[in-house]
Design a protein around this ligand. Structure first.
Ligand SMILES: [Zn+2]
Length: 402
């Protein structure tokens, strides 16, 4: 199984599937289709049913149960694209068997256990790193390889399994793909995204998210005759920003602490704009953050005049925990699968959103399972083959007929 998994993984990471920001169509890049078509061919060879590649580059397929008395169905999802910010062209994976625990030199950079302490626990394992010039794309081709290996396992062994729906999706990294997910092609009780961190992690909590845009209107007068006349919009913008709680910035928060993050500022004398994102796992605390933003606006308007500051707040996505905790079966099933394999499950709150969170709010509870990928979104990315193998075993266990 390990060899199949490794070969799957290497085949997928070598394909450039970088997505691109600010493109209105899905997929954002045509090249994602190349991987989608390869997966369609491989799914056909495995003999899956209802294989479908949509015009938005979603691959769907089903492995029907091999038991007559089973009406159980589960879904598995992984994304095909890699991050737009760093090159995914000519990925040249570097395989290290029996890792000696020392610094790994790559082109121009190195993976140093002092800088990346997670390496220390991986001594003796098989690591797959970049050559130092690209991402690896383990985010999320590790997920795809794991799912494909799980399917290969059931097709070759014919051990009893539930009906398994799989989907490979585009444009996860830019957050725009999932709205085109066709739930009618994915008729299961619940699903799992296989994406990201620790191999024993079950993630079912993510941020509640909103954005806020503040516009400050100034009064632009020739600086030579500005005394007691000019209202400098950018000065007022800085005053507004200074009123926000300093400890609630991303650089000072972790775990369950939310934040208010200034993402962009533009300003002149006449007008200034501040763009923020607001995040919190706790819905009430997110509302509190919105209130802080409004209170600061009211203060500015009281001080300088009505309408000087305006605010526009938009909700972006919600914490799936709200729904998952009412449909706990997907969590217990994953936990039991890990325990059967003597793996201790952990649960880390995601400090972001997930495609699964959006699907959860569309009616398909979809927590996330880790992949054994590390340092995603840059040249320091690497994966541990044995941990990917563990995740493959976990989803094989999850898929067993109950
Ligand atoms: Zn990912």
């Amino acid at each position: 199984m390990k060899t199949v998994l490794l070969n799957n993984f290497l085949r997928y990471v070598k394909m450039d599937t970088m997505s691109m920001e600010d493109v209105s169509q899905t997929p954002s890049t045509e090249k994602q289709f190349a991987l989608a078509r390869l997966l369609v061919e491989e799914l056909k060879k495995l003999g899956l049913k209802d294989i479908y590649l949509s015009k938005e580059c979603f691959v769907y397929a089903t492995l029907p149960t091999n038991r007559t008395d089973c009406d159980d169905s589960i879904g598995f999802i992984a994304h095909m694209d890699t991050i737009p910010g760093f090159s995914g062209t000519n990925v040249n994976p570097n395989i290290i068997s029996n890792y000696d625990g020392k610094t790994i030199p790559l082109k121009g950079i190195e993976l140093n256990p002092k800088q990346f302490p997670a390496l220390k626990a991986l001594k003796g394992k098989t690591l797959i790193t970049t050559d130092g010039t690209t991402v690896l794309g383990a985010d999320d081709k590790a997920g795809i390889a794991i799912i494909m290996t799980m399917l290969w396992h059931y097709v070759t062994t014919n051990e009893p399994h539930a009906t398994l729906h799989v989907a490979f999706t585009p444009d996860e990294e830019i957050g725009t793909g999932i709205e085109h997910f066709d739930l009618d092609r994915f008729p299961c009780k619940y699903a799992y995204t296989i994406d990201g961190g620790a191999f024993n992690d079950i993630n079912f909590e993510n941020f509640n998210a909103a954005s806020a845009q503040i516009t400050l209107h100034g009064l632009d007068i020739h600086p030579g005759s500005a005394k007691n006349q000019m209202l400098h919009a950018s000065e007022v913008a800085m005053e507004y920003h200074a009123m926000l709680p300093k400890e609630q910035k991303p650089e000072y928060t972790d775990q369950y602490e939310g934040f208010i993050h200034l993402t962009q500022m533009d300003g002149s004398v006449g007008e200034a704009k501040l763009s923020y994102i607001l995040r919190d796992h706790n819905k009430a605390l997110l509302e509190k953050k919105k209130q802080i933003m409004k209170d600061a606006m009211d203060f500015i308007n009281k001080k300088y005049g009505k309408g000087i500051a305006e605010i526009q707040i938009k909700d972006s996505y919600q914490n799936m925990a709200e729904i998952i905790l009412k449909n706990k079966e997907c969590l217990t099933r994953a936990k039991k699968a890990m325990e059967a394999l003597h793996i201790m499950p952990t649960s880390t709150p995601i400090r972001g959103g997930t495609d699964g969170a959006r699907l959860t709010f569309r009616g398909l509870p979809t927590p996330n399972l880790g992949t054994g990928g590390y340092n995603c979104h840059g040249p320091y990315e690497f994966a541990c083959l044995e941990e990917m193998e563990q995740v493959t075993k976990i989803i094989i266990e999850i898929s067993k007929v109950k």
